[in-house]
Design a protein around this ligand. Structure first.
Ligand code: ZN
Length: 240
């Protein structure tokens, strides 16, 4: 029997680069064409989800202290390789009440990769994160926000829900004042904000802009009446 899904994928794959539709499917935070994902939580509460990608890193403990100073909990999209390299820090993230999620094992661009490669990246991260922290993630974010064919099935096999973002902070390339304005501009009910406590697998990343941003925006958002929820909380429409 003809496998129409695979036929579509091979045709679409052949059109890569020429197809604006495929570029949308691969990159656009609101697209679920290649794999189901959410990019905003419940809008019924003045709640924001802070999310941090690419950790744990040597810089993560300072961020944990900043979050604790504001009583804020967040969601950390962790790379399996980083959890293996810094298991104590990975455990500290979980121990301080934050949600741990999957950001692949080695932070590859999934674009153009085989189904098996994609599955293994997600599965190895699940196993590494679980063996280090005791937590088996329920949420996944693709590196660079790039989805590809096979991700849908990998997420299904591993029972992972895709999470993109409402606003991405660009905290790895912009100065703090500009990142702060961008993050404050993205504040709205149910917003999922994406920042970074690492840089892919780079040891000792410089995340001073991220730290400065968090220190600046958390009190401002709280003044505006927002509180902070983990991804699993903000996706729940009925959380009181
Ligand atoms: Zn990343």
């Amino acid at each position: 029997m003809m496998d129409w899904g695979r036929l579509f994928e091979s045709v679409a794959g052949a059109a890569v680069g020429a197809s604006a539709g495929l570029a949308y499917a691969v990159r656009y935070p609101g697209s679920s064409l290649l794999a189901p994902s959410v990019h905003r939580g419940a809008t019924t509460r003045k709640a924001i989800a802070l999310t941090f990608d690419d950790g744990p890193s040597e810089s993560t403990p300072e961020l944990l202290d900043v979050l604790a100073a504001f009583g804020a909990t967040a969601t950390f999209f962790v790379c399996g390789a980083n959890a293996r390299r810094l298991p104590e820090i990975a455990r500290a993230v979980a121990a301080r009440g934050h949600e741990i999620a999957n950001h692949t094992d080695t932070h590859p661009m999934l674009y153009g990769k085989s189904r098996e490669f994609i599955y293994q990246e997600l599965a190895q991260a699940q196993n590494a994160i679980e063996s280090v922290t005791g937590v088996r993630p329920k949420y996944f974010r693709a590196p660079y926000g790039v989805r590809w064919f096979g991700l849908r099935q990998a997420q299904e096999r591993l029972d992972l829900k895709g999470v993109m973002w409402t606003t991405i902070a660009l905290d790895w390339k912009w100065p703090a004042d500009r990142v702060i304005r961008r993050v404050l501009g993205g504040a709205k009910n149910g917003a999922i904000l994406c920042l970074h406590d690492g840089r892919a697998l780079t040891p000792k990343p410089d995340i001073r802009v991220t730290l400065e941003t968090v220190r600046a925006v958390l009190p401002k958002l709280m003044e505006q009446g927002f509180h902070f929820e983990k991804v699993s909380e903000i996706l729940c429409p009925t959380k009181s």
